[in-house]
Design a binder for this molecule. Sequence first.
Ligand code: SAH
Ligand code: SF4
Length: 389
Amino acid sequence: MTKPTEAAAASPAPQPRALQALTREELLAAVVEVGAPAYRADQILQWLYEHRVDSWEAMSNLPRSFREQGQRLWPLRTLSPVRVQGSRDATCKFLWQLADGAFVESVLIPANPALYGDRSDRRTLCVSTQVGCAYGCKFCASGLLGWKRNLTPDEIVEQVLAVERWQARQTASDSHPPAAQGGRAVDNLVIMGMGEPLANYAHLMKALTILNAPWGGGIGARKITVSTSGLAPQIRQLAEQPLQVQLAISLHGATDEVRARIMPVNRKYPVSELMAACEYYVARKGRMITLEYILIEGVNDALSEAPKLAALARRLHAKVNLIPYNHVDGLPWKRPAQAHCEAFLKVLQQRRVTATLRREKGHDIDAACGQLRLRMERELAGAAAAPPR
Ligand code: SAH
Ligand code: SF4
C-alpha cells in the first residue's frame, strides 16, 4: 500500500469546514485523514490562536501544498470591521459584515478603575451570537429588525480573533491601549451582544469550548459570562455542562406583570419557572448567578419594585447588577435620574443584597447591543429608498 502524501486530497473530497469552528480533536482527525502528520494540527492552531494569522499563506512553516489543501478544506474565514467606533472612555465598537451580507457587532471594553472601581486591567469583549433577535424585548435595539439567523461557531470565535488582530495593529496609537500582558487583547468575554445566546445553544457551546481551550482562545471559563433573557430549559441544560462559565439573567422585572410588559419571553417562561430553573442551576453548579436589571423610567424603576427584586435575589443568593437604560433611537424609553438609580440601589443593599449600579461605558457610542447594526441597516434602507440623483 502506498503511503499518502501530505498534499494528497482525500477522496471523496470532504466538505470544507471553517478552521475556527474546529476543535483540536476534529482538526487532528481531519489532518490525519488527508495523510498529513498529526503534529501539523498543533502547528496550525499555534498560527491561528497564538500568532493570530489571518491567512493560510502566513503559516510559513507548513509545506506550500499543505497550506493550499488546508485553505480548500478548512478555510480561514476572517472578519474585518466595516466600521469601528471609539468612544471617549476608550470603549470600541466593531461592526462586522458577514459573508451573506448580514451585520453583527462586538464591543471592546477596557477596564477603567475610575468607572468600575476595578483594579484589574482586564479587557472585556462583548460578542454577538445571532443576527438580530427573535425575542423582541421592547427596550432593545437587537430585536427591532427581527431574527435573521444563528451565527456559526467560527463567526463567534472569529469576533475575538478579529478584535485581537485589529488591536495588535493599533499598538502605537494613544487612543487605544496596547494588548494585555501575554499578548492577549481580550481576556474577558461577555456573551451580551446581539441575539439570545441560549437560543443558539450548540453553536455557542462549541465556540466557548474553542475560546476556553488552552490550545485555542485560552480565556478562563470563569472569565466568560453568558447572558440570557431567561430560557428556562436551556438554563437547566447549561447546569449539566462541565464548562464553568458565569451565568447572568436579564430579569428587568421582579413580577410577571412588569416583566411581561417589556419581555415577551416572560409569557413562555414566567418568573416562577425562571426562578426554578435558576435554583436548579445554582444547586447543580454551586455557582452564584447575576441578575441584570435595566432601570427604565416609569416602567420598572418604582422604589416599590426593589424589595420584590431583593426577595428574588436572596432566594437565589444572586447578586444584582443595575444598569441605567441606554437610549435607543426610535424607542420612547428613558433612563431614570442618577439619584433615583442610587435610591433603588440603596433599597437592595438595605436588604443585604450584593448589588452594583453600573455606570454605563460606551454610552456615547451607542454601546447598547444592536444599535450600530440598526443604524447601518437604516442607512442602507435609506440609500436604497433615495431617488437616484
Ligand atoms: N439576549 C441576551 C443577551 C444579549 S442582551 C439577554 O437578553 O440577556 C445583553 C444585555 O443588554 C441584556 O441584559 C439586555 O437586557 C441589555 N440591554 C438591551 N438593550 C439595552 C439598552 N438599551 N440599555 C441597557 N441595556 C440593554
Ligand atoms: Fe434579544 Fe436580549 Fe435584546 Fe431581548 S434583550 S431582544 S433577548 S438581545
